[in-house]
Design a protein around this ligand. Structure first.
Ligand SMILES: Cc1cc2nc3c(=O)[nH]c(=O)nc-3n(C[C@H](O)[C@H](O)[C@H](O)COP(=O)(O)OP(=O)(O)OC[C@H]3O[C@@H](n4cnc5c(N)ncnc54)[C@H](O)[C@@H]3O)c2cc1C
Length: 468
């Protein structure tokens, strides 16, 4: 059966732009961890004008649209719903522009440019975009989710590094805020409407990003800690003693670390016995080794802390940062291989991280026996990723959807109401955590979002998350 919208899109954008065959659509319909739907078709514009044309046609045909980047999002917000009526607007082919402004220390990039592609283009200029994570997202997707990542402690999230933006609104109007200004105090900062709002107010077509000098040196260590309190003590000692040299402070609980070596036997376990917590400490500087010996600085600081902390921080291994990061970046996928699981991305006041983790462990012991708690995360930013392994050895048989829903409710309640935290530290909002958004978001914020959506997307075509 022919589809008039798919034909109109193909006529406007060229035949290669539209995918209707189920086999071609499949990878756009399945999310990385959550989210699976059916698309009416996939449209792949190559420019801002083509995005606008596609949105206008979808509006004429009354079709809802989901903007999609690299589809690495973790809240099921990048895939269509199961109705078969939504159009996936993928920015895959909108990736040709990367313009580096050396004097401005910024870069203009198309929304479909991948993070790795951006950094490859920046490297010859001695620059990089320092929002760093274990996936390879697109710039538009990073803006729409306000990506955090492993170096937020030092460089901040996307929001902090976003200078300018171009967005195509739901009705096809193009809003250009494509300046590269660091100071611009002229009223409403409209860029923020589109940052972290899951593409609900418009499709990010281009962005200007502040970039950073590539570090000349890096030093890394994995530090063993006896418990969460020791982890926080280490964090404080490093921040006090090393200031802005500290670039990463990634914590991996024993239960999250062990599966990495099971599923990746090529990786070497750094400690003879895995400690309750291993902390990946990363330092970086743009100073050359002749001016500052970063390895020596890290070793001296850690040695002093190990002596002061005694058995609470029993060991540290120094070495190739790449090896430690390979371990850190394999955690998420290794836990996925452990069996059916439920992942959380919770933000907390840093001091509350140990007590929150203990409270979740107690909740599981008392009410969900057999569910395994694996925790890791960006403790330097108060972010923790709890993965609760439901299936696999020791887990409840074919864990029912009800178990997952009950767990989700109890853990988010603990985080938000019990410890003053956030139900989404960095992954954003989508169907996966919609219920928590509905429960915990101030009604006035929802009213504001509703009003904004009338202005930006009057026909309510965009997205699957609901912010009002
Ligand atoms: C292994 C792994 C590790 C990860 N680690 C981290 C981490 O450390 N920190 C972190 O913050 N995230 C992390 N993520 C999550 C994910 O990579 C980020 O949320 C990323 O920014 C999503 O970008 P994307 O291009 O894949 O967007 P998608 O997944 O394609 O889309 C995500 C959302 O953005 C919207 N969107 C996409 N493109 C556009 C656009 N051009 N305009 C408007 N809306 C758009 C979508 O509709 C959807 O709502 C990780 C993911 C994986 C798989």
């Amino acid at each position: 059966m022919t589809d008039a919208l798919a034909e109109a899109l193909a006529a406007a954008l060229g035949p290669g732009a539209v995918l209707t065959d189920p086999a071609d659509r499949a990878r756009y319909e399945q999310g990385w961890r959550y989210g699976k739907g059916v698309a009416r078709c996939v449209v792949r514009p190559r420019s801002t004008a083509e995005i606008a044309a596609a949105l206008r046609l979808c509006r004429e045909h009354g079709a809802r649209v989901i903007a999609q980047g690299a589809n690495t999002g973790l809240v099921a917000a990048s895939t269509p719903d199961p109705s078969g009526t939504m159009v996936v607007l993928s920015l895959d082919r909108h990736d040709r522009t990367i313009e580096v402004d050396r004097a401005g220390r910024s870069v203009l990039a198309d929304g479909g440019v991948r993070l790795s592609q951006l950094n490859a283009a920046l490297a010859p200029h001695g620059l990089w975009f320092p929002v760093d994570l274990g996936a390879d997202p697109q710039i538009g997707g990073m803006v729409a989710t306000n990506t955090g990542g492993t170096r937020l402690l030092r460089y901040g999230d996307v929001r902090k590094n976003l200078l300018g933006l171009e967005v195509v609104l739901g009705d096809g109007r193009v809003l250009s805020l494509l300046h590269a200004l660091r100071k611009n105090n002229t009223g409403l900062d409209a860029r923020q409407l589109f940052t972290g709002t899951a593409g609900l107010f418009g499709v990010v077509s281009r962005a200007v990003l502040q970039v950073a000098p590539l570090p000349q040196q890096r030093a890394a260590a994995l530090v063993a800690c006896r418990d969460g309190a020791a982890v926080l003590g280490l964090l404080q000692a490093l921040e006090d003693g090393l200031g802005e040299l500290l670039e990463a402070f990634e914590v991996i609980g024993e239960s999250a670390l062990r599966p990495v070596f099971v599923h990746h036997p090529e990786l070497r376990a750094p400690f003879r016995e895995l400690p309750p917590y291993a902390v990946l400490v990363g330092l970086a500087t743009a100073l050359p080794a002749g001016l500052l010996d970063l390895d020596a600085v890290l070793q001296a600081r850690l040695q002093a802390h190990l002596e002061a902390a005694g058995p609470a921080v029993p060991d540290a291994v120094f070495g190739d940062g790449a090896e430690f990061w390979a371990i850190r970046h394999r955690v998420s996928e290794s836990l996925r291989a452990e069996g059916e699981s439920l992942a959380f991305d919770v933000g907390l006041p840093r001091a509350a991280l140990p007590a929150f983790t203990a409270a979740v462990a107690e909740l599981l012991r008392a009410s969900f026996p057999g569910v395994r708690l694996c925790d890791y995360g960006h403790w330097g930013d108060g972010g923790t990723h709890l993965v609760l392994v439901l299936g696999g050895p020791g887990g409840p048989e074919g864990a029912a959807a009800g178990t997952a829903a009950a767990l989700q409710e109890r853990v988010y309640e603990l985080a938000v109401r019990g410890f003053g935290g956030s139900f989404s530290a960095e992954h954003g909002v989508g169907p996966h955590n919609q219920r928590s958004y509905d429960l915990y978001t101030d009604p006035v914020v929802k009213d504001l979002c509703r009003a904004l959506s009338w202005c930006c997307d009057p026909a309510r075509l965009l997205g699957t998350a609901r912010l009002w």
